[in-house]
Design a protein around this ligand. Structure first.
Ligand SMILES: [Ca+2]
Length: 423
């Protein structure tokens, strides 16, 4: 019995010693987990979680560093946020180091200015949605000033009227404007049937994206290629209906057009199921029966018809608000007008000489360089008439916005402008 009492005392003594030992080990030895938890008392849960995650990463990294001295396994790269393919993780800082033109903690947003000089490539606003208040600029640079640059929109969705993509044919905002894009190419069941390619011919294209301070969308993905052939689609040469030779499409037999995007015989010369002509496969055109005309023989000659002419010469840039008139020799003259690009390089006057007897080239455009020391400054919205071999032009809006009351006369024989004084 005495022996049993002593055994109990020994047992209690052993338990107390064990408790002391546990207490000692818990508070005197290195235990980062406890120390860390103590240091973050009062921190917000999210901060604490972040710090815990960072600690876990560091612990894992330390473990890996130790093991790397024993084996050739490379050190794994761990960042707080997974980097997109537009950046590389810096294992020391735990941050993504972004490629030029990208920013954000995952390198997922476009930012700043970047020069692109590969023969083909792509550019995009973001991985996922773009962000509000973005300003991103790309300069595509071709090897020579003779090169053309073609852009294709794979996707496009920006806040209509607020977030814009500006595209210039040149290396500055003072170059000709190719387009200013905003809005969507797809929405629900609606989709723009065909987005034309955007072409620059100066060897440079400057592209600038701006989003305002509210609301963002999925943005855009644009491919570019230098000195490629025209095509309706970014992923097919010559729209997939021909081959590209030195920048020109050689179309398959069933297609024509610069991008091989026009059927050789539209609707097989049977508009609305009624046969109005037959397809000449060699010439790639419909030969219409008597009384019918047009690309697909859909227009009745007796009702009057429109005809797209095959033209040659120096085709003037697309313009609006010009004046057009026909002289006694059948030449059409156009004077002034405004271009979408606000180009400063358009000729004030051009002529078109039709020749309907020639089936291959039914008219020639020619620029008219006026002679003499003075002439009217560029304008649009003016009026003009031909009278006795002179074009009389009155009024118009100048580039400055000033509305003119000048009257000018261009002599069609000498090509000299004269200011007509009026009282
Ligand atoms: Ca916006």
């Amino acid at each position: 019995m005495k022996k049993k009492i002593l055994s109990d005392k020994n047992w209690w003594t052993l338990q107390i010693l064990t408790l002391f030992l546990v207490f000692f080990l818990e508070f005197s030895g290195p235990n980062p987990s406890r120390k860390f938890r103590s240091s973050i008392v009062g921190a917000s849960p999210s901060t604490a979680e972040t710090m815990m995650a960072a600690l876990t990463s560091n612990q894992e990294r330390e473990t890996d560093e130790e093991s790397s001295t024993l084996s050739t396994t490379p050190e794994p790269i761990i960042c707080r946020q997974p980097c997109t393919s537009n950046g590389v993780c810096d294992s020391k800082s735990g941050e993504c180091n972004c490629n030029p033109g990208w920013m954000g903690d995952r390198c997922h947003l476009c930012g700043g200015k970047v020069k692109l000089n590969s023969s083909e490539g792509w550019l995009a606003d973001a991985v996922g949605n773009y962000t509000v208040d973005s300003k991103c600029t790309w300069l595509i640079e071709a090897p020579s000033a003779d090169s053309n640059i073609r852009l294709h929109l794979k996707e496009f969705a920006t806040e209509c009227g607020w977030d814009h993509l500006y595209i210039f044919d040149g290396d500055s905002v003072f170059s000709d404007v190719v387009g200013v894009l905003s809005g969507m190419t797809r929405q629900d069941r609606y989709a723009v049937r065909r987005v034309p390619e955007l072409v620059g011919t100066s060897g440079h294209m400057l592209i600038h994206f701006y989003s305002d301070v509210a609301y963002n969308m999925t943005g855009f993905n644009i491919t570019f290629s230098i000195d490629s052939c025209p095509s309706e689609r970014h992923d097919l040469t010559c729209s997939g209906r021909g081959s590209c030779v030195l920048g020109q499409c050689n179309c398959d037999e069933d297609f024509k057009g610069t991008a091989c995007n026009v059927p050789a015989c539209p609707q097989n010369c049977e508009p609305n199921g009624a046969r109005h002509g037959s397809c000449n496969k060699n010439l790639k055109r419909c030969e219409c029966f008597d009384g019918w005309t047009g690309e697909d023989c859909s227009q009745a000659v007796d009702s009057g018809y429109w005809q797209a002419l095959k033209i040659g010469g120096t085709v003037p840039p697309a313009r609006t608000s010009q004046a057009a008139m026909v002289d006694t020799r059948g030449r059409m003259w156009i004077v002034g007008g405004e271009t979408f690009t606000h180009s400063r390089h358009i000729d004030m006057v051009a002529t078109f000489s039709p020749d309907f007897s020639n089936p291959d080239v039914q008219g020639i455009w020619r620029p008219v360089r006026a002679k003499g020391e003075k002439g009217p400054s560029p304008r649009f919205g003016h009026s003009a008439v031909i009278h006795e071999d002179k074009i009389y032009m009155y009024g118009g809006t100048m580039r400055s916005g000033h509305v003119s009351r000048e009257l000018w006369a261009l002599d069609l024989t000498t090509l000299i402008w004269e200011r007509v004084e009026t009282s």
